[in-house]
Ligand binder design. Sequence first.
Ligand code: CS2
Length: 494
Amino acid sequence: MEIPIQLRQRNLQKVGSRIPVPKYKRGEETSGIVHIGVGGFHRAHLAYYLHQLKNDSAASVWGICGVGLREADVKLYNIFKKQDHLYTLMVKHPNGKIEAEVIGSIVDFIMGTDTAEQVILRMASEETKIVSLTITEGGYNFNPSTGEFNFDNPDIQHELQHPEEPKTVFGFLTAALKRRRAEGLSAFTVLSCDNIEHNGDMLRKMLLTFAAAQDSDLAKWIAEEVCFPNCMVDRITPVTTEADVEVLTQAYGVDDAWPVTCEPFIQWVVEDKFSNGRPAFEKAGVQFVPDVGPYEKMKLRLLNAGHSVLGLLGAIHGHPTINACMEDETFVIYLRAFLDNEATPILGEIEGINLKDYKDTLLERFANPNIKDSISRICSESSAKLPKFLIATLQDNLATAGSIKFATLVIAAWCYYSDKGIDRNGNPIEIIDARSIELHQAAKKTNTDTLAFLRQESLFGNLIENKEFTKLYTEKVQKIYEDPNIKNYMNNMI
Ligand code: CS2
């Protein structure tokens, strides 16, 4: 075996004899994009698109400065420091082939946890044209059932009282925009890349509410000057495992402490509304459209909801990954039935898209045996995901007398999952959710109050008042509590 080469700038030539490395010169670009939330998804998506453009010399002046706003980001900060912000993207094909490539579009990384000033300075600098975000659905700080900004969040209260000590994206964006305005600089674009319907509009509404609570003139300036394009982002990016790091070292001879793995599929549909210029992303296959709404809805209500359906039912059954669910015929038929009978009817026609083909491709993507996307990643933060991905569809179907049974079983399964934290065989399930305690408290009352889980109004709105739904929910939740062999009920429904 070849001795592994440590991934860093000065070894790039050597690494390049093993896997493709950036064709462009690094170090001369400016970080026109500041990105908050550098998780695997950002590294497999926006950073990859930019890397491709740079390889084709179409974006030589553009680079990304990553920003970490959570203590947990220190890990990446340290690794990036050692690796000169280089990392490997491992694209995993269904036939077992892995395409590994070194990505060089991230050129800097700063932490905002102890040195807020550094981050504000960077965002306020003239160089910065775009601030993009992948902060997860929960990061937008809205009440899922009302869609209103949550002023009760202690971090928000802190930054309203101490604007010079921001903690959340709202504090940072406001502080940086305030400075740009004072210095007569033009605004940057704020580009949300999270899975939220009308993500740009939502972010705009939240930021304006926060800014207005601080300085109403500033809020007015933001409303006039800052563009918030909506966009639909897509690429399945599982959590990197030790085994991935090992494969890279063993099979490719590259020593990278945190590579990213992903599927071959990639898509980005964006509204072309930018305040201060943008890279020519269309040259790398990004679609610019006037209205991204139908694409976002299609993706969230089919792909993301499909994931949650497999995830929660799969968790109780004891499947470890999405592809394991797709090897189980019951799950495949159930998923398709949910997509065809509940998610599709409310989507209507989407210009230029054949929904049947889209769903066929989706099922193939989920079945990719090399992706091994863990059920725990899919179920993580369900409290932020389900209201947008699944409960919205349920509500739409109730309003139009559509089918609700497939989604209802999933809600009942979510209750059991939150209550028991074990699968049908008694094995523990890893639950990752900022609201896991609340969910557990509500779910555990189910034995004495069947509808207890639904009383969480911020998640379910007034769904509990709908008799058609509660009747079905009661039936399903009682069955699961009697016998958690979830496949029996799935089989009875398909
Ligand atoms: C997943 C998404 O978080 C989830 O539950 O559905 O992360 C999904 O993999 C991506 O949105 C794919 O684009």
